[in-house]
Design a protein around this ligand. Structure first.
Ligand code: NAD
Ligand code: ZN
Length: 235
């Protein structure tokens, strides 16, 4: 199977990568749905409700408590998957990375064309005056992070019930529609509308690299169950 993947990469000229939380697991970030993922932590609320807009409005302090614990990864470094993708982009083969992650690790590894469907924890804005605040400002504050002006500083992360940025969706859809190879990895393909974007792919090589089986495995021409960093580092 690894041979087949290597052959596909070799013969493709417009590769797009679509990833989820699993891509950052080898960097020490927890995903949501693995056996040791955030869903299994028995937090007092399920992650989808904590990470929803209405929860943010109603239980703002609890939101930040969960957010700092489970969606901030101050020590995470890019892993072999992030570096391999940056290398493939540099060589001209890979045209875009589309990610559901908010950790900024693709850019840290050197990727240039990255569509962050769910935003980034590295960007935070005051809800009152719009001022930008960095990762540490939110991560190192306690309780509800407040701007000098008194406004709440909100991470530029798309919460459940909030809509995705149209320009980012459009860029991601175009990249997928023009690709001759789509590598989907580290995602349970259960979070919409992100997971629905792969239906725009019309090319020949559709590959899934995921630790666990997903409900969409049968839609892929090649399915490899394993760790994406380990696998891509052999390419
Ligand atoms: P998910 O938790 O639903 O699924 C992750 C998938 O990755 C699982 O199917 C698991 O089997 C697989 N996986 C785990 N480790 C892997 C590895 N080393 N190699 C290959 N596959 C591996 O994640 P999702 O589908 O991305 O949806 C969760 C939502 O929460 C997304 O929006 C996601 O970005 C966000 N989230 C982000 C981060 C982050 O930014 N690092 C972390 C947790 C959740
Ligand atoms: Zn402000």
């Amino acid at each position: 199977m690894l041979k087949k993947l290597a052959e596909m990469i070799k013969t493709s000229e417009n590769i797009v990568f679509f990833g989820g939380a699993g891509v950052s697991c080898e960097s020490g970030c927890k995903d949501f749905r693995s056996a040791d993922g955030i869903y299994k932590m028995n937090y007092k609320y399920p992650p989808e409700s904590v990470l929803s807009h209405s929860f943010f409005e109603m239980h703002t302090e609890d939101f930040y408590d969960f957010y700092r614990k489970y969606l901030c990864f101050p020590d995470a470094k890019p892993n072999a998957a992030h570096y391999k993708l940056a290398e493939l982009e540099k060589s001209g083969k890979l045209k875009a990375v589309i990610t559901q992650n908010v950790d900024g690790l693709h850019q840290l590894a050197g990727s240039k064309c990255v569509y962050e469907l769910h935003g980034s924890a590295l960007r935070n804005y005051c809800m009152k005056c719009g001022k930008f605040h960095d990762f540490d400002f939110v991560y190192k504050s306690s309780g509800i992070p407040k701007c000098e002006c008194g406004g709440i500083v909100k991470p530029d992360v798309v919460l459940y019930e909030e809509s995705l940025n149209n320009d980012i969706i459009e860029g991601a859809v175009n990249a997928i529609a023009n690709a001759d190879m789509l590598i989907v990895a580290g995602t349970s393909l259960t979070v919409y509308p992100a997971a629905g974007l792969i239906r725009y792919f019309k090319g020949k090589n559709l590959v899934l690299i995921n630790k666990d089986a997903t409900a969409m495995d049968e839609k892929f021409g090649l399915v490899i169950h394993g760790k994406v960093g380990e696998i891509l580092s052999k390419m």
